[in-house]
Design a binder for this molecule. Structure first.
Ligand SMILES: Cc1cc2nc3c(=O)[nH]c(=O)nc-3n(C[C@H](O)[C@H](O)[C@H](O)COP(=O)(O)OP(=O)(O)OC[C@H]3O[C@@H](n4cnc5c(N)ncnc54)[C@H](O)[C@@H]3O)c2cc1C
Ligand SMILES: NC(=O)c1ccc[n+]([C@@H]2O[C@H](COP(=O)([O-])OP(=O)(O)OC[C@H]3O[C@@H](n4cnc5c(N)ncnc54)[C@H](OP(=O)(O)O)[C@@H]3O)[C@@H](O)[C@H]2O)c1
Length: 473
């Protein structure tokens, strides 16, 4: 610590602790909550690259799981805290630099999630017809980045690689009767496309055994209850080696035991019993993706497992089988993206950190998926963000304690880049408008899916709802 720096009044009304939080998903909001709970006077500027808040809660959580979006009610309360400012449509690293944030704030806390994907590293991975789950999820949830993607739903067979909850979401959305999706907040472009879908057979492929599948049993069980769809699994695929049996005996591994139990109950299902089928395959890895102009088939290699209980890895056996398909979703996990001037671990796709302190860069912190990698549910990010904030608060004596310009300085810097910055009040207007559009067609909301439309709505003077014509819907 520099002994010339007076740390005495940092965090008081005369010199509030000013923190810039990058990202407005769960980890950003939970970090803000933890900072406001401290006895210090705190001012928070939350910068979000999209015009609207909530990250994957708005753009990841499945539309047919509205209860799981309820944390936004908590986030909304946090946003009402005195000293909180939301700056939407501001990309850190493009509209404002880290260097700038360091001059206007005492600390910068990155909560910018994992916006990219792991890759299979196979030739033809990007062939027409082969997509990431990220694209599909973003598309049906109305994410502006993915709004204009298209998926050839004329195909009868879709394959999903990976056995996590995102894979389950993708399978469920493909299989669910369209009338059950119409009353959700799924974007209307996706509803229209899914209504015409000819997908009938959905294969979910895992490289390890059922005992290592990472989906949670409630999400798995739900697939067995879909109308007009039957879940299929071969008893052969459920044979477990002794290390897997040992794993299932561990009482902390309850979820895996439940998964296996549910899958076992499906081995007697008959494929012709329903219009659509979801097939589970275990111990298989994709080794080739082929097609002339577009995807036509993938090759799966049979695996065996090697290693001790809880450390078993898939190893190819050399036995392969082709599966014809026109639609492939790679759902093998998300991946963080680097930002200029911030240390980045390219292997793990995270900002390397110790207890949330970004390595080698005092005053920089990380929370959520960019801190620990792309795992965990919304609630997991709360304890994670609290731990990072604890690190930040205990570093207080080491931070530059001179008063900082915070929101004011940030607005000054942003004035130079000519981008329209949206406030939380602007988000409220967008939110109200989306809900109004939804009510008319029997949905909780109809999302505005283009950034330009969100910006126009935020810029337009408020109007009485009766003035609007049906054409605006
Ligand atoms: C498809 C999917 C479905 C899920 N469903 C559920 C579920 O049903 N229930 C559940 O509990 N969990 C679910 N999860 C997990 C949950 O969404 C995550 O645990 C959580 O969102 C991670 O929070 P985060 O704040 O770290 O990241 P995010 O939620 O991704 O938030 C990061 C935010 O940072 C912003 N950002 C990125 N870069 C910048 C930048 N340079 N400048 C400014 N802003 C930036 C992004 O736009 C985003 O808003 C799901 C995850 C996925 C992928
Ligand atoms: N409803 C919900 O609560 C909900 C919904 C969606 C997401 N989430 C959460 O969000 C997080 C992310 O979910 P996710 O499904 O993206 O990730 P995940 O749970 O980590 O699942 C990733 C899957 O991809 C497999 N995989 C990884 N690399 C592979 C490769 N090279 N080849 C073949 N398979 C590969 C993994 O298998 P291995 O195990 O062999 O590595 C695993 O089956 C999870 O914590 C999840 O629970 C929750």
């Amino acid at each position: 610590m520099n002994s010339d720096i007076d740390t005495g009044n940092l965090g008081t009304t005369g010199n509030p602790l000013r923190v810039a939080i990058v990202g407005s998903g769960p980890s950003g909001f939970y970090a803000a909550e933890a900072l406001f709970k401290s006895p210090l006077t705190v001012r928070i500027d939350m910068l979000e690259r999209l015009p609207v808040p909530f990250g994957l809660v708005r753009y990841g959580v499945a539309p047919d799981h509205p209860k799981l979006k309820q944390p936004t009610l908590v986030f909304d309360k946090i946003a009402q805290s005195p000293g909180f400012t939301f700056l939407g449509n501001v990309t850190v690293g493009r509209d404002v630099s880290l260097e700038q944030l360091r001059t206007t704030h005492h600390a910068v806390l990155f909560a910018c999630g994992a916006e990219s994907d792991r890759r299979l590293d196979l030739p033809n991975e990007d062939l027409d017809g082969s997509h990431t789950a990220t694209e599909f999820v973003g598309w049906y949830n109305g994410h502006p980045d993915y709004r204009d993607r298209s998926f050839d739903l004329n195909q009868e067979t879709a394959i999903i690689i990976g056995q996590g909850n995102v894979a389950i979401d993708v399978a469920r959305i493909l299989a669910k009767p369209i009338d059950e999706l119409r009353s959700t907040d799924m974007a209307v472009h996706a509803l229209d496309a899914l209504a015409a879908s000819r997908v009938r057979d959905i294969h979910i492929i895992g490289r390890r055994s059922p005992a290592q599948a990472s989906f949670t049993f409630k999400e798995l069980r739900e697939l067995g209850d879909l109308g007009g769809c039957v879940t299929m699994v071969s008893g052969n695929d459920l044979r477990l080696n002794s290390a897997s049996l040992t794993e299932l005996e561990d009482k902390n591994n309850f979820n895996a035991a439940k998964n296996v139990e549910i899958l076992q109950s499906w081995t007697t299902h008959c494929a012709s019993a329903a219009e659509k089928r979801i097939w589970f395959h275990f111990l298989r890895s994709p080794v080739a993706i082929a097609g002339r102009c577009r995807l036509e088939q993938i090759t799966l290699e049979r695996n065996s497992l090697a290693g001790p209980p809880f450390g078993q890895l898939a190893q190819g056996t050399g036995t392969t089988r082709e599966l014809r398909c026109g639609l492939l979703f790679r759902s093998i996990g998300y991946r963080g993206l680097p930002l200029p001037e911030v240390p980045f671990d390219p292997t793990r796709g995270v900002f390397p950190n110790t207890a949330g302190r970004i390595d080698g860069t005092p005053g920089l912190y990380a929370a959520g998926w960019i801190k620990r990698g792309p795992s965990g549910i919304i609630g997991t990010n709360r304890a994670d963000a609290v731990a990072t904030v604890q690190s930040l608060l205990s570093d207080l004596p080491h931070l530059d304690s001179r008063p900082k310009s915070g929101t004011e300085g940030l607005y000054e810097a942003l004035a130079h880049c000519n981008s329209q910055v949206l406030s939380y009040a602007d988000w409220r207007r967008i939110d109200a408008e989306e809900q109004r559009r939804g009510v008319v067609i029997g949905k909780p909301r109809e999302k505005i899916t283009r950034v330009s439309d969100m910006l126009a709505l935020a810029a337009s003077p408020p109007r009485c709802s009766r003035d609007r014509s049906a054409d605006e819907l």
